[in-house]
Design a protein around this ligand. Structure first.
Ligand SMILES: Cc1cn([C@H]2C[C@H](O)[C@@H](COP(=O)(O)OP(=O)(O)O[C@H]3O[C@@H](C)C(=O)[C@@H](O)[C@H]3O)O2)c(=O)[nH]c1=O
Length: 187
């Protein structure tokens, strides 16, 4: 597996090994043993899968607040998305900073998003499927969103008129949000 660290500490690209032959390919898309070889111990407890019908759909910026934050390992298995991780730890030197990575069925990249970060993506094509693992169960009372267009975060989405859920249209700004991440609790 190839690992590339991104400019926000803890956020990385994982590129597992694909074994290609005349039939197609085979890949261990996740192995705790391989991760431990890189010094990373994590137990994932839930796998998620979303399908977005159209290009220009934004989902995010989402996170689950303390005491049940989620680490996410995200990949796109159909189509192409631009994926974003935003540092939401108020005492972090990179608070409010974000990184973007294109994930696609073709490039097979996975993004590792530690707890303490918000996650969002925009579909770059019709018919995108995104699959991700999380290390904490979904907890509706702690499920949170921040406005996709919060100027304080300033994500460059490449569009002003995305398709978004009703929940996301009502999302507060970061300043209005009750996000409670800290460097000590979330890394
Ligand atoms: C996140 C989640 C949602 N749900 C339900 C609640 C709701 O009725 C339905 C759709 O949920 P949402 O509208 O929140 O789905 P969506 O807007 O796709 O939310 C997702 O966005 C990406 C960016 C993430 O990082 C995810 O963690 C998650 O927040 O699915 C679960 O049952 N389990 C879950 O883990």
């Amino acid at each position: 597996m190839y690992i590339e660290e991104l400019p926000l500490p803890g956020v990385k690209i994982l590129m597992p090994k694909y074994f290609e032959d005349f039939r197609g390919y085979y890949c261990e898309t996740y192995s705790s043993r391989t991760m431990e070889q890189y010094g990373i111990k994590t137990i994932f407890v839930q796998d998620n899968h979303s399908y977005s019908i159209k290009k220009g759909i934004i989902r995010g910026i989402h996170f689950q607040n303390n005491p049940k934050p989620q680490l996410k390992l995200v990949r796109c298995t159909r189509g192409r998305i631009m994926d974003y991780a935003v540092d939401l730890r108020k005492d972090s030197p990179t608070f409010k900073k974000w990184v973007a990575v294109e994930l696609s069925a073709e490039n097979r990249k996975q993004i590792w998003i530690p707890s303490g970060f918000g996650h969002a993506f925009i579909t770059l094509e019709d018919h995108c499927e995104v699959q991700y693992k999380v290390d904490e169960w979904y907890c509706p009372e702690l499920d949170r969103a921040i406005a996709w267009n919060d100027p304080d975060i300033g994500i460059d989405w490449g569009t002003d008129a995305p398709i978004i859920s009703e929940k996301d249209t009502k999302a507060p700004t970061l300043q209005e949000s009750d996000v409670n991440f800290t460097m000590e609790e979330n890394q």
